[in-house]
Every structure is written in C-alpha cells, then in structure tokens.
Write a protein that binds this ligand. Structure first.
Ligand code: BGC
Length: 733
C-alpha cells in the first residue's frame, strides 16, 4: 500500500535544515518551512511570502519572510524544554501530504516523569491568509507550566534585514506585528489570536522584535493541555485595509473553531487530489515519490490571485532570490495544465503582465522586442546579477553571463502560451496580451539574428544554452531551435488575429504592421541555422563543441582543487571539455522529437548522457522523457525516480560556501510528473483528441491518472496489456 505521509524519527540538528524543505506546508500565498515552533532564525525558520520582495542595501533583492506567529517555547517547573538545546528521548516529524498537515511530537525525560509536546499545523487551502496551529502539552506529573508564545519578527534573511521598522502591539485579545520593508515601504502584517481554556495568568511582553504572551498554569498529571493559535497574514499589496482584513479573518475563524477550519482545508486538498493523484500499482516507492512531489507543486500554486508565477525554489525560502526562471513554463506548467488549468493561466498571466519589464530589458541591451528576465521578480524586474558566483580561491565575485546571454528564456514564455492554447483551447489569453507577448519575443530574436556575407543562413551568436557551464557560445542548437519555434508561433499569431474579436484585432493592428512582421518572421523561421546530425548522428550542442576535450564527468570532477569550485565560466573545469551541466540537446529533442528519426534521438541520448553532470535538478527528467520516446522505459526509470525523489532524498546542494542555496525543487517535481504522464503513460494530443501510447516500466502493473484537455476531464487507465480513456466531465469555465 502506498503511503500518503512522510515520517522522520529522532532529532539531528544537521537534518533540521533539509527537514525545513521536506516538511514544508503551504497554500501558494505562504510557504512554512518544516521547522520547529521553538526554532529561530539560525535554524532557518521561514514563513515565506509569494510575490513580495525587498532589497536591503547593496544585497540581492529577495522575497520576504513574514514575522513568525508560530513561535512558542515551553518551560516546565522553571526549566526550558526546547530543541536543539535539550535532548529529547523521542522526536517525530510527520507530514500527512494528502491533507497537508504537519505534526511534531517530542518527549523529554525529567526526574519527575515525561514531558511531551504535540503540535499540528496547516496553511489553510481554503483561506490563503490563514495559518493555524494546535499545541498540546502532556506531563506525567503535576507541573508549573509557562508557555511563551507569540510573534517573532526577528526573521531569517539571506540578504536582509528587510524590515526597516517593526511595530509590535496588542489589539484587544490579539497581538500584532507589522514589518515595513526598507525599499518600497510595503507592510507585512501578522495578527495572532490565541485560544486556551485553562490559563491562570496571561502576561504580555513586548521586546524589540518579539511580542510574546506568557501563559502560566498548573498542569495535572496525564492531562492534555491545548493552545490553538490563529495567525492571519496580509501585506499592504493585498488590500488597502489589510490590517482590518487580517483581524476580521482571525476573529471569524476563531469563532468557527479549529475542527471546522481544518475540515475545510482538508476538503480543498481532497478536491485537488481527486484530479491530480497518480495511482501506480506495483511500485509504491514511485507512487509515493511522485505524489509527494505533486504535493509540493500544489502547496506553492498561486490560487489567491490571477497573475503570479512560481519561484524556482517554490516557497521554501529566499534562495534563488525567490525568482521565476524558465523552470515554470518548461517544467511545471504541464502539471497545472493537466490538473488545474486555471493555475496554468495565472502563471502565464504573470508573464503577460510583465511584458513591459521584458521590453525594457531588451531595450537596455539595444535589442528590440521582449527579453524576459532570467530571474524574474515582480513587474518583470531582472533579479539576476552580473556576478552570480564567488570564486572559491580569490573570494572575488565572478562575472557570469546568465542574465545577458540565456536568451532562450523568452522562447520558454512563448512555449508556455502556445501549450496553454493547445491544451485548454482557451484563446482568451491571446486577447489579454498573449499575442503581443509572442510577437515581442519573436521581434527580440529577430533583432539578434546575424547574417554573415558568405553564409545563406542566420545565426545566433554569443549565447548560453541550458548547459550553463559553456558560456558565450555560438549557435547553441537548443536556443536556435527555440527561436525558430518562436518565429513560427509568431507567424501563427499573425494569422490567428483574424479570428479574434474586432477590438483585439484593432488594438494589435494599431501597434504592429502585421503583414510586414509576418513576412519577416516567416523568412527568419526558414533561414535560422539549425544544426544537423554529423556523420555519427550526433548534433553538436554549439559550434565547436565536439572539438573540446572529451573526458568523463568523473575525470573532470577529479580535477577540482576545491569541491565548491564552479565548473563553468571562463576557467571552470568543465568549460573546455564536453562535460555539460544539464540536458541541452536532449531537451531540444524531447520537445521536438519529430525533428529527427528515432535512431538519431537515441544516438544523442547515448552520446550526451555520460557527458552530463546532472548538476541541475532539471536535467534528469529530460533524459527520462527522451528515453521513453526511444522506447526505453527501463532506462528512463532511474532518471524519473531521481526527479521524483528530489525532496524525499534531500540530497541537493544545501550550501555554497557560507550561502544557503537549498530549498525545494518544483521543476524536478513537474519533470517527474511529465515523465509519468507523457513518458510512461504516453499521453499526447492529436487532431483535438487525447491519445495514449503506454510503455510502463516492468514492475508497474497499472497506471491511473486524470487529465484535463480542452475543457474535458479524462481518466486514463493503463496496464502492460491494455488501456482505457474515459470521459469524466466537462469544465464549467
Ligand atoms: C539551472 C537553470 C535553472 C535554475 C533554477 C540552475 O542551476 O542551471 O536551468 O533554471 O537553476 O532552477
């Protein structure tokens, strides 16, 4: 039987960091790291907020962590019981990821008997601004208890502190913390209401960054004492009267009661699982890893707004600056398209709404059109700096060119829009800026094309492909192919325009000389250089790639003088070799398998795989998908499992020198999903119909899942011998 929970026993401070990611709970508005109630910033506690950022001083701009309303410390008979300081005799973390409930149970031994705390918490999926926790205390003896609980506004930051001011106050029975950011003076408001039925004394203490209640009472032996905390979180970006709204929410929910809030939350999750769960009979490990990955995608899906995207590390903290990368469109989007298309729309709407930012980035480089940020924050602000890596030897910042040269980002946006159109059949997105976005991205690539006098084709020179270890290369196959795709889609948009409502047509025609653009893009699509396989069937990743030293990943690794050395850039150990960071040509072939015969796909898989370090969690799923395409389900399986287990294993890099770079890996989760559904499940769409061509790994007895396609929900069931596709319902959208 496949389990829907994750459990870890025993306390180990070193594991506490990765547990923060593994036991994350969230609802798209906030992500709460799976840390303990008594933890503070040094244990990387975070209630990470979506879509609100700050820049403190010269540091990187990053998302905000809200003041921590969960903060609670226990004292029994005058002694403090908290981790890591006091060793427990038993300690368990438990995440029910079907219901998105986090629980913790810790027992300490004292001379008089045992002291146990049990907590349960959830970020409500029903009410995005609500976080609720129940905290229970049980002693085997009669004891004087002091529970110090309130809001800790001394939050963990990577490049903070972000709150220039923190105002702490008491409002009736509520306590409140308001942090004001240093850059834009935005406010984050946390209001906490606390319910107990036994307290003798309730004193309030207000420090510089903490507002705490001191709940004192006498505990009877063997009796459970419960405290429920209701935490409302709003920012000044949410509403004008955000403080009022937070207060009203907390009062209403307190009145409703813990059980009712919890039930509504669970119902919402059940509703999501009804469509998104993937049943794999015969392989519990795969089924658990996959559904647990999907849990993570669900927990960070922006449901509270119509225009927001997902950061590369989800809501697990401030790593990667809380920025949105190509990860969303290329890796995560399909999951939402198939299971909750309105979320896919929200993600894309974010790109449409940040088109102006992308246009000004292009302009700043002297290009036309839209050059989307490599690391996008709100408003399309480019968060990627010129210096992304610190040299371990000189300790000097190294110039990296991700921001300037990873031009394939704009094509990812186009790919997402087109995939949305094709999977949902909802063309309204084109009326809301979709057409302009595609045209502007095509204009961008057009302005970059280079035609040499003696050559008949166009080139894209000085770029970085998905493999970031080789910077500033010419004619990266993936990039050129995606630019060609962008031109083709722009031509399609010019044609589609005729079918759109008159108002949209007129708006677009006033902006662009459509006939001329169409002609330009058509010509560019036909003449952009696309590398062909050589006599051995291998497609060169970029001009001159095959002339580089051909060594194994292990040989390259053995050349490191310091294990934290960066492999890429000008002097990196991989830069002058054929060793690559992540799937590159293989990503191209996965997206466009019809470009070549199957034997070419296979040859390139076999050529590039041993040369790939898989130094990014985005890599394995592309190898898994292409392996499936080549009929190698067995070979695909370990790559699939690697993607699906990114969080369960927790083996991803956590630190780069002194900088925390860990977090969750939603792109890997999305990649694992695509492998299960499109790879093993063989789902594809043709002539407006859903079709399947299953090829299950040997031990999978049955695969069952649901997929939305063009407003209809289908249930697909597959075995090694047979399959069925059933229509379940029609969307009311
Ligand atoms: C990868 C990029 C990816 C980024 C965020 C990098 O390590 O090379 O492709 O977009 O991480 O996940």
């Amino acid at each position: 039987m496949s389990r829907w929970f994750l459990e870890e026993k025993g306390f180990d401070l070193d594991r506490a960091i990765s547990q923060g990611n593994k036991f994350l709970t969230g609802n798209g508005y906030m992500g709460i790291r799976g840390t303990l109630e008594e933890f503070e910033k040094k244990q990387l506690v975070a209630i990470n907020l979506a879509g609100i950022y700050d820049r403190a001083g010269e540091g990187w701009r990053e998302p905000l962590n809200a003041p921590n309303g969960l903060y609670t410390v226990l004292h029994v008979d005058g002694e403090t019981y908290r981790l890591p300081e006091k060793s427990p005799i038993a300690h368990t973390l438990y995440l029910d990821y079907r219901k998105a409930l986090f629980t913790r149970k810790t027992t300490w031994q004292t001379a008089k008997g045992k002291v146990t705390i049990e907590t349960e918490r959830f970020a409500s999926l029903e009410e995005p601004h609500l976080l609720v926790m129940k905290y229970c205390i049980l002693t085997e003896f009669c004891a004087d208890i002091e529970l110090v609980t309130g809001i800790d506004a001394d939050v963990w930051d990577i490049n903070g502190p972000h709150y220039a001011q923190i105002a702490l106050s008491e409002e009736g029975s509520f306590i409140k913390a308001i942090g004001t950011t240093s850059e834009n003076h935005e406010k984050v408001c946390v209001i906490e209401g606390c319910q107990t039925d036994f307290v003798k004394e309730n004193k309030l203490g207000i420090g510089e960054k903490r507002i705490l209640r001191n709940l004192a009472f006498t505990a009877e032996a063997g009796k459970r004492f419960e405290v429920t905390k209701w935490i409302g979180i709003y920012t000044s970006k949410d509403a004008k009267d955000f403080e009022e709204q937070a207060k009203v929410l907390v009062s209403q929910c307190m009145e409703q009661g813990y059980g009712a809030s919890k039930d509504l939350h669970i119902q919402q999750w059940e509703e999501r699982w009804r469509v998104s769960e993937v049943i794999i009979e015969g392989d519990d490990v795969a089924m658990e890893a996959l559904n647990y990955s999907l849990y993570h995608l669900q927990a960070i899906a922006p449901r509270h707004t119509e225009s927001l995207s997902i950061a590369a590390r989800g809501l697990s903290g401030q790593t990667y600056k809380g920025a949105v990368f190509w990860d969303t469109e290329m890796f995560m989007l399909d999951f939402f398209l198939y299971t909750e298309p309105c979320i896919a729309r929200t993600l894309l709407k974010y790109r449409l709404d940040t088109l102006e930012g992308a246009k000004s980035k292009a302009k700043s480089y002297g290009y036309e059109g839209a050059f989307y940020p490599w690391e996008s924050q709100e408003g399309g602000y480019e968060a990627c700096s010129d210096y992304n890596v610190i040299d371990v030897f000189t300790k000097r910042p190294m110039r990296t060119y991700f921001r300037d040269k990873q031009i394939h980002i704009s094509s990812a946006v186009v790919y997402g829009i087109v995939r949305y159109l094709e999977t949902t059949g909802d063309y309204s997105i084109l009326e809301e800026g979709g057409i302009e976005t595609v045209l502007e991205c095509a204009k961008f690539y057009h302005s970059l094309l280079l035609k040499r006098v003696h050559k008949a084709f166009y080139e894209l020179r000085d770029v970085i492909g998905p493999d970031e270890y080789h910077e500033r290369v010419n004619n990266n196959g993936y990039t050129n192919r995606m630019a060609k795709y962008t031109f083709e889609q722009a031509v399609r948009m010019c044609d589609l325009l005729k079918q759109l409502p008159k108002s949209t047509r007129m708006r677009i025609e006033a902006l662009y000389y459509i006939e001329k653009l169409r002609e330009q893009f058509e010509e560019a699509a036909g003449r952009i250089y696309i590398p062909e396989p050589d006599e051995e069937g291998i497609i060169e990743q970029f001009d001159g790639y095959k002339k580089l030293e051909d060594v194994s990943v292990e040989q390259v690794r053995s050349r490191l003088l310091n294990e934290k050395e960066y492999w890429g850039g000008a002097y990196g150990v991989a830069a002058h070799t054929q060793v690559i960071k992540q799937a590159d040509v293989v990503t191209w072939l996965t997206l466009f398998p019809k470009d070549f015969e199957e034997k070419i796909l296979l040859k390139n898989w076999e050529y590039y795989e041993p040369r790939t370090e898989h130094g990014s969690s985005l890599s394995a799923c592309m190898y898994a998908l292409l392996a499936c395409r080549c009929g190698m389900a067995e070979k695909a399986y370990p790559f699939f499992l690697k993607s699906a287990s990114a969080e369960i294993d927790g083996e991803g890099k956590q630190w780069a020198g002194l900088i925390y770079i860990g977090g969750t890996h939603p792109a890997a989760a999305g990649g694992a999903y695509m492998t299960a559904i499109n790879g093993f499940g063989g789902v594809y769409f043709e002539e407006g119909k859903i079709k399947v061509k299953p090829q299950l790994p040997p031990m999978w007895k049955k695969l069952r899942f649901k997929v939305w396609y063009k407003g209809m929900l289908y249930e697909v069931e597959e075995t090694h011998q047979d399959y069925s596709v059933r229509t379940l319902s029609r969307s009311t959208r």
